[in-house]
Design a protein around this ligand. Structure first.
Ligand code: CP
Ligand code: NVA
Length: 303
C-alpha cells in the first residue's frame, strides 16, 4: 500500500493494524514516551480548504514522530497560479517523504497519487475523508471494545464523510443506515462499492425510524466546504435531520453520539446531544492525532 486515498484502499487487516498501532501510540504519548521513527522525514500538507483538526493533528503528529511538516496553502504555491498537479507531485517527490492533501476534487488526489513517487494521503476531498473515519473507528473501539456487529446510523448529508463511513462499515462488518433528505443520498458509486465489500446498507429519508436501536448516531455539517452557495436551500432541506434527544431516546441506551466537527449546535445536532453524556466528539477529534500517526508510520516508515 503506497497511498491512502480511499477507505477502500484498506483491508480489514490494515484497519486492525492501524487501530492497534494507534492505541499503542496513544498510550505511549500519555506516558511521555517518544516514538521518533520519522526523524529527518518531511511531510508536505497541501490545503485547498480550511482546517483546524486535520492540519494541527498532522503537524503535531509529524513533530511527535521526530519529523517535520510543511503547510502548503494552495494559494501560496504555484498550483494556485496554474502549475499542474502532475508537475507539483513530481517536484514535491524530490524533496518530501509524504504528502497529505485536502482538495475540492477527488480527482486531484488521484492525479497526485499517480504522479508522486512518495505516499499521498487524503486529508478530505469532495468524495472521502478516510483519516477522519480511522479516528472514528478508534473511538468506537475504545467505547465498545469492538467495531463489528453493531448498527451505525448516519443522519444528514450523504457526502464525503458518509462515503468513507459506508466503506469502513462494510469492511469491518457493521450495519449502516443512512438517513438523508431526498436528493442528498450518497453517490451510487459508493453505494455499489459498499455492497461489493459485503456491506449491509439501507438508505432512508426517515431519521427517527433509522435511529431505532442504533449503537452509533453520527452526523456532519449541513453545508460542507464548497457548498456555501446552497446554504439557504440546505438549511431548509435538512431541518428534520438533526441528531437530538428524540433520536437518542429510540437508540440503544448506550448509544454513542458522534460528529466529525466542526459542529453547529441547533442545526445538525442539538446542544443537548453534542454536550450530553452520549457524546464522544472530542475523543474523535483527539484520536485524529493518534490514528494519523499510525498511518504515517505505516506509509512513511513501513511499520
Ligand atoms: N473533522 C475535520 O476534518 O476537521 P477540520 O476541517 O478542522 O480539519
Ligand atoms: N463534510 C464536511 C466535513 C468537514 C470536516 C466538509 O466537507 O466540509
Amino acid at each position: 500500500m503506497k497511498d491512502l486515498i480511499s477507505m477502500a484502499d484498506l483491508s480489514l487487516e490494515d484497519i486492525y493494524e492501524i487501530l492497534d498501532l494507534a492505541a499503542e501510540i496513544k498510550e505511549k504519548r500519555r506516558q511521555g514516551k517518544v516514538i521518533d521513527h520519522l526523524r529527518n522525514k518531511s511531510l508536505g500538507m497541501i490545503f485547498e480548504k480550511s482546517s483546524t483538526r486535520t492540519r494541527v493533528s498532522f503537524e503535531v503528529g509529524m513533530n511527535d514522530l521526530g519529523g517535520h511538516a510543511i503547510y502548503l496553502n494552495s494559494n501560496d504555491i504555484q498550483i494556485g497560479r496554474g502549475e499542474t498537479v502532475e508537475d507539483t507531485a513530481k517536484v514535491l517527490s524530490r524533496y518530501l517523504h509524504g504528502i497529505i492533501a485536502r482538495v475540492y476534487s477527488h480527482d486531484t488526489l488521484v492525479k497526485l497519487s499517480e504522479n508522486a513517487s512518495i505516499p499521498v494521503i487524503n486529508a478530505l476531498s469532495d468524495e472521502e475523508h478516510p483519516c477522519q473515519v480511522l479516528a472514528d473507528l478508534m473511538t468506537i473501539m475504545e467505547y465498545k471494545n469492538r467495531v463489528s456487529g453493531m448498527k451505525f446510523v448516519w443522519v444528514g448529508d450523504g457526502n464525503n464523510v458518509c462515503n468513507s463511513l459506508m466503506l469502513a462499515c462494510a469492511i469491518v462488518g457493521m450495519e449502516i443506515v443512512v438517513a438523508c433528505p431526498k436528493g442528498y443520498e450518497p453517490d451510487e458509486k459508493y453505494v455499489i462499492k459498499t455492497k461489493e465489500l459485503g456491506g449491509i446498507l439501507t438508505v432512508t429519508d426517515n431519521p427517527l425510524e433509522a435511529s431505532k436501536n442504533a449503537d452509533v448516531l453520527y452526523t456532519d455539517v449541513w453545508v460542507s466546504m464548497g457548498d456555501e452557495e446552497e446554504e439557504e436551500k440546505r438549511l431548509k432541506d435538512f431541518k428534520n435531520f438533526q441528531i437530538n434527544e428524540e433520536l437518542i431516546a429510540v437508540s440503544k441506551p448506550d448509544v454513542l453520539v458522534m460528529h466529525c466537527l466542526p459542529a453547529h449546535r441547533g442545526l445538525e445536532i442539538s446542544a443537548g446531544a453534542i454536550d450530553g453524556p452520549h457524546s464522544v466528539v472530542f475523543d474523535q477529534a483527539e484520536n485524529r492525532l493518534h490514528a494519523q500517526k499510525a498511518v504515517l508510520l505505516k506509509l512513511l516508515a513501513g511499520e
